[in-house]
Write a protein that binds this ligand. Structure first.
Ligand code: PLP
Length: 431
């Protein structure tokens, strides 16, 4: 047996013998844009008073305009994170105590915490094992007379079927909030995700496809929601009297404002979004072609022809029984080949202690607020697919992004081929 065929975990040569390049999308353009803001001395023009400064400075305003043009929406409201943005969305939708929002348990924690923050309750619907996202089938049984909204997450860059979700929401009179943190410029039937729902949110934190350190943007085509989002971003309760908006006395705000520095970076990053996305898609499609030849991996394939997955991560379903080695061992073996593969994204959110102990605010609020809130379940087992995906099925990696090349993808494919071929030996050696 040649040393390349021998698994690295069993003492063979690893497939990847050199470390992979780091992905850094920040360049001269961002540096110059930041310096220009620094030279101006105006690092944030936001002021919580009636007038044009209520909406921020020139760079923030320009970014919002560019974002609206890019995504073809009426309003873009910048925030200092998408976590802030999601809080603002729940507030703008007027969601509060006694209300329920249907959400996925397989997401970054803030997608659910924003609901709790307003005294409402997340109701977790299960995910589909093929794309790790909610579907109409899983959402509908969770809708009650208290449901106010559906919060959809386009996880890992996968575009959820928004036609189905919007139809369902219209039938029940619900708000739809799209969390597109991992899917900027993903498309469902040719239209960017985030622009189907009443509000859509994007993250610009360091880990996302484009970033400005920390930041977020909420988009909407609804003038009224846009105004509420702007008020919540910037101490709204101090402004409504001056602005003569008597119907919104209950809008209370935070300081969710983005600085001019972050906006300058985000504006340059937005220009790179399309080619960075294209680079991801090219690498991912090639990887799919290669991995298709290996049995018992479920690959991220979008069946809708005009929809596009943007591969924030390349996520797959793994069948340990068919392979004959545990997921843990597979990951170890692939990692030993010099390829970073990971095996568990977040735990289903309801398994976290806040839900298990039903305690967010004093006295168990909001879990114990009303008779109906006491009936909402967070027990292990409520979303069996999400739990199975977390415990056994999901494997993923950040293989598909600039400046990685087809040669790196070849290494990923080779590592999988090697481990697949050597799986029996591996299982035997470690028994
Ligand atoms: C990153 C992320 C968020 C939060 O974004 P921040 O800008 O870091 O607050 C929300 N939802 C999902 C799915 C995310 O991946």
């Amino acid at each position: 047996m040649s040393s390349l065929a021998k698994l690295a975990l069993l003492g063979g040569e690893p497939v990847a013998r050199e470390p992979w390049p780091v992905s850094n999308t920040i360049g001269e353009e961002e540096k110059q844009a930041v310096c220009k803001v620094l030279d101006s001395g105006n690092l944030s023009q936001f002021r919580a008073s009636n007038g044009k400064d209520f909406f921020g400075g020139p760079v923030v305003n320009r970014l919002e305009q560019e974002w609206s043009e890019y995504f073809q929406v009426k309003h873009s409201i910048s925030m200092n994170s998408l976590t802030s943005g999601l809080f603002a969305c729940i507030g703008a939708a007027g969601i509060g105590p006694g209300d329920e929002v249907v959400v996925t348990p397989t997401t970054m924690i803030a997608s659910a915490t924003c609901i709790i923050a307003y005294g409402a309750l997340p109701v977790f619907a299960d995910i589909d094992h093929s794309n790790f996202c909610l579907s109409r089938q899983t959402i509908e049984p969770k809708i009650t007379s208290r449901t106010k909204a559906i919060l959809v997450v386009h996880l890992f860059g996968y575009p959820v079927n928004m036609d189905e979700i919007m139809r369902l929401a219209a039938e029940y009179g619900l708000f739809v909030i799209e969390d597109c943190a991992q899917a900027p410029s993903a498309k469902f039937r040719g239209q960017p995700v985030g622009t189907f729902g009443h509000m859509g949110g994007f993250s610009l934190n360091y880990h996302k496809t484009i970033h400005c350190g920390e930041g977020g943007i909420v988009v909407t085509n609804d003038d009224d929601l846009a105004q509420r989002l702007q008020l919540i971003r910037n101490h709204g309760e101090a402004i409504v009297r001056e602005m003569e908006i008597p119907n919104l006395v209950n809008v209370f705000g935070g300081n969710y404002r983005m600085t001019e520095l972050e906006a300058a970076i985000a504006s340059e990053q937005l220009k790179k979004l399309e080619w960075l996305t294209q680079a991801r898609i090219e690498l991912a499609e090639y990887l799919t072609e290669r991995l298709m030849l290996i049995p018992n991996l479920s690959l991220p394939i979008v069946s809708e022809p005009s929809s596009r997955h943007v591969y924030y991560v390349y996520a797959m379903g793994y069948d340990a029984e068919q392979w004959g080695i545990s997921r843990e061992l597979l990951v170890k073996a692939i990692n030993a080949e010099g390829i970073e593969l990971r095996d568990s994204y977040v735990r289903p959110i309801y398994l976290e202690p806040m839900y298990q102990q039903r305690l967010a605010f004093k006295g168990g609020v909001p879990f114990s607020s009303t008779e109906s809130s006491k009936l909402i379940k967070y027990d292990k087992g409520i979303c069996p697919v999400a739990e199975m995906v977390y415990e056994r099925r999901l494997i993923f990696g950040k293989f598909c992004r600039w400046p990685l090349t087809m040669q790196h993808i070849d290494q990923v494919a080779l590592a999988f081929e090697k481990v697949y071929e050597g799986r029996k030996e591996l299982a035997g050696a470690l028994h």
